[in-house]
Every structure is written in C-alpha cells, then in structure tokens.
Design a protein. Structure first.
Length: 101
C-alpha cells in the first residue's frame, strides 16, 4: 500500500472478490431465492470498489507513465470475471520495478 501500484494490487484484489460475490452469491440469491437485497448491498459495495479501482488505475497511469494500451488492459480486466486476478502477476512485476527505483 506504500506505492501506487501496490495500492492498485490491493484494490484490484478486493474489487475482484466483490465482483465474484456479486455474480456467484448475490445474483443467485436474487433470482433463485427471491432475495433482491443481496444484490443491492453487494452491488453498492462493488460499485464503490470499482470506482476506487478506476481512480487507482488513473493514478498509476499518470505516476508510472503507463502506456495507454496497458491502462486499457487494466480497465478491461475489471470487467471480466477473474480479470483482476489474471492482471496481478503483471502488477506484481510493476510493483517490484517501482520499489527498485
């Protein structure tokens, strides 16, 4: 959490977990068990984390001077289930390079 990329990694992980909870827990509860409150609550939390993720990607893009294509990949990863987890090895390498400087 001390570096922009480190913060992005943490936020990406939490955002990815919230996305999976929304898709695999809250939505089935809504449509199979008639409990729409789960989607409202988890959806709100996920939405807030998604916004935090977008801000974090923007911060890393500016501070680390990421290429536009890498920023787009990071943004696309947040839209695909498990995408933020697939992006993590790249972010880990980026974080190690950031610490080395």
């Amino acid at each position: 959490m001390r570096t922009p990329v480190g913060r992005l990694r943490v936020i990406a992980f939490i955002e990815g977990v919230s996305y999976l909870l929304l898709l695999l827990v809250a939505m089935p509860l809504k449509y199979l068990a008639g409990m729409p409150g789960a989607v409202k609550t988890v959806g709100w939390i996920h939405g807030a984390l998604f916004m935090l993720y977008l801000l974090s990607v923007a911060e890393v893009t500016v501070r680390r001077r990421w290429p536009f294509t890498l920023s787009l990949v990071a943004l696309a990863a947040s839209l695909i289930p498990l995408g933020t987890f697939a992006l993590d090895p790249r972010l880990r390498r980026e974080e190690q390079a950031e610490r080395a400087q």
